[in-house]
Design a protein around this ligand. Sequence first.
Ligand SMILES: C[C@H](O)[C@H](O)[C@@H](O)[C@@H](O)C(=O)O
Ligand SMILES: [Mg+2]
Length: 406
Amino acid sequence: MSVSGAIERTRSLPRIAHVRAFTVRGGGADYHDQGDGHWIDDHIATPMSRYPEYRQSRQSFGINVLGTLVVELEADDGTIGFAVTTGGEPACYIVEKHLSRFLVGRSPAEYEKIWDQMYFSTQYYGRKGVVLNAISGVDLAIWDLLGKLRDEPVYHMLGGAVRDELQFYATGARPDLAKEMGFIGGKLPLHHGPAEGLEGMEKNIALLSDMRAKCGDDFWLMYDCWMSLDLDYATRLAHRAWDECGLKWIEEALSPDDYWGYAALKKAAPPGLLVTTGEHEATRWGFRMLMDMECCDIIQPDVGWCGGVTELIKIANYADSRGVMMVPHGSSVYSYHFVITRHNSPFAEFLMMHPGPTEVVPMFAPQLLGEPVPVNGHIRASELDRAGFGVELNREIALQRPYSNS
Ligand SMILES: C[C@H](O)[C@H](O)[C@@H](O)[C@@H](O)C(=O)O
Ligand SMILES: [Mg+2]
């Protein structure tokens, strides 16, 4: 095809005709929205753990209050691109009442200009959080639509695979089972924060020691602290977990806003222990702050929360230029299509969404149809060889459309 032919092909792409935003409850992209007895809501330390009434369950303080946002973009030829992320009804409002004006009548190939307009038109009330979740959901749906119109997987549009397969670590309560399943490591949720004092610290170390004994010396073990600690506690935990249990990384120990605390923790951490964070950070500017202030060894953006693929390209390139690893927070196919194209993303996260977790189940079930899952801890690049993100929306689930833009 001549250059003019390729340009004409892009210019003649169908345009976005309809924008629809749905919310849905029960698992899926808002993966904390689970039933009783799930490992992901079992006395996990959080910033709210300082209040005893909110210590046993994260749902008690509202971790699952939003639910899932489903963004659906229908082109004027009937092709549909969609994506799911965390956002629920508030995000539906932002998509339908604000962002849709930058989408209807536009080509999905204009994702840079559309992103710029979505971000700067909401900057006065957005910049991070649910507004960036909404922008991310729209951006992911644009890339899905573009891939379906071009009959290309997203990872092809991002430059193609740099390796034949993805390897995963597993997040969940059973790293011992994750090892048997072929994962390269296991990330445990931290159960006790500063409010539970030395007794809680001893329980944290005892659990990690038990898992180290079960998993052997070479299997990666990590702690996910979900913003629950202060600098002193995090430093003490880092040294004990490294010295006694060979912890590989301590994740999101402090508030995402405490760049100064992360910089101090990274300096105080034992040489060899990695400090990681970023899943609740957003945009190139937020991640530049983490990297320029030398807050962490690995950044962990969630592509459904940080700004989408269009923004993650900028974040990942800056990380690559600084020699910083970029391992996205678990976000199913939305991160797989990105990670497979990046040398500074040598592995990915798989969130174990089975309640035990005693088996591998799709991360965003029941919302996505055709969602690949790791087999023996790996997914081959060829499994991503379907248009867009390669998944379809399960239309049997209870999709609600609380607002409209027409
Ligand atoms: C397991 C952690 O507490 C969170 O629930 C988890 O979603 C997130 O922090 C992660 O890194 O997977
Ligand atoms: Mg985490």
